[in-house]
Design a protein around this ligand. Structure first.
Ligand SMILES: [Zn+2]
Length: 115
């Protein structure tokens, strides 16, 4: 006996975002649509036919699939923050780069001070 909710979970693992071709609004499945009582985690394909763009009122046929990669960059960053562990690597990289720059600057200044 298969649980229908299991299939839904699989579909939600990589939900595609859809962009309104009229106004540029992006429907993100992870956020849903508060205005139309669409709960977070609802795939675009599961939206009711009556659903309209909350910004300009365009029909769902006016939306194009921009894929999971098409979401704004801030969204992916937020996901990393949520996972926590993945956030360490870019954070450490930034510290390393900044530290190296600071050390190089201090080294340059000490040479300059010696002269
Ligand atoms: Zn729109």
């Amino acid at each position: 006996m298969s649980d229908p909710r299991e299939e839904k979970t699989l579909a939600e693992q990589a939900p595609a975002s859809y962009e309104c071709r009229v106004c540029g609004y992006v429907y993100e499945p992870a956020k849903g649509d508060n205005k139309s009582n669409i709960p977070p985690g609802t795939p675009f394909t599961d939206l009711p036919k009556e659903w309209r763009c909350p910004v300009c009122g365009a029909r769902t046929t006016q939306f194009v699939n921009i894929g999971a990669k098409g979401v704004p960059s801030g969204f992916a960053e937020n996901l990393n923050y949520g996972l926590g562990v993945n956030n360490l690597t870019p954070g450490q990289k930034n510290i390393l780069i900044f530290g190296a720059l600071a050390l190089a600057f201090l080294f340059f200044m000490s040479l300059y001070a010696l002269n």
